[in-house]
Design a protein around this ligand. Structure first.
Ligand code: NI
Length: 250
């Protein structure tokens, strides 16, 4: 169920029976010459909504802009500073928690978000810890990276092996090709498999990875692979989600 397509009385009824919600979070940043700028947000949204369907859970609107400062050298990339993203995530949690959403699961599409989103959880927990101590209403937040789902990893290594890479990966480009077939880009890449290495800021990123990819060959991407990956990710994450809320409802 999409939260943005529900009325408040419908949300109220949901909250009388459950207290869980899925929040997709991604990024809007370059994904190499054939990847969409919205890849990380689109993957999180498609998979997050599929998790919501399988687990009959409410799904919040996607947080589409993440912490992507290192991508700002490429046109179209947008970033929140870590401090800004932390404040956004903290306020999203606080909004939902005061209404009774006590199990908040972020389905993440961008590795660069992990440290900041995890810090935002601690920031939110600190507010209640400092103000209410042991009497605080217990809220639990968690982050799940869709590409780390076990079934996703199996498919990825079977289809792409070492050409999967670390950024603008064959798997994430496949997911967007499945979800948005009209936006598929056909581009020759040179070298086929991008270099790997380290980076700090946008300047060092552009020097190390001139076309934006890290270690990947996303010309291997296909809509068919994307369909398999979405199903695999959603199945794994939905089972995981239901186990999580079952544990707390028991
Ligand atoms: Ni990505």
């Amino acid at each position: 169920m999409r939260l943005d397509l529900m009325s408040w009385p419908e949300v109220d009824i949901y909250l009388k029976g459950r207290n869980d919600i899925v929040v997709p979070i991604g990024s809007t940043e370059q994904h190499g010459p054939n990847g969409l700028v919205g890849t990380d947000a689109l993957c999180a949204e498609v998979i997050g909504r599929a998790v919501g369907e399988k687990a009959a859970a409410v799904v919040a609107p996607t947080i589409s802009i993440g912490m992507a400062q290192h991508h700002l050298g490429f046109p179209g990339s947008m970033s929140l500073r870590p401090s800004t993203l932390l404040a956004v995530v903290r306020d999203v949690i606080a909004s939902l928690a005061q209404q009774g959403f006590l199990r908040i699961s972020f389905v993440n599409g961008h590795g660069g978000n992990i440290a900041t989103v995890t810090a935002a959880f601690a920031e939110f927990y600190s507010e209640t810890s400092f103000s209410a101590g042991r009497t605080a209403t217990r809220v639990e937040c968690r982050l799940r990276n869709w590409w780390e789902a076990p079934s996703v990893q199996t498919i990825t290594s079977e289809l792409f092996g070492d050409a999967e890479g670390m950024h603008a990966t064959a798997s994430e480009v496949s997911v967007t090709q499945f979800a948005f077939p009209n936006a598929i880009k056909r581009v020759d890449l040179d070298p086929e498999i991008a270099p790997t290495g380290v980076f700090t800021d946008a300047v060092s990123y552009c020097l190390a990875f001139p076309d934006g990819r890290i270690g990947s060959n996303p010309t291997l991407a296909s809509p068919e692979a994307g369909a398999r990956l979405v199903e695999a990710a959603a199945s794994d994450l939905a089972v995981d989600h239901l186990k999580w809320i079952g544990r707390h409802e028991a």
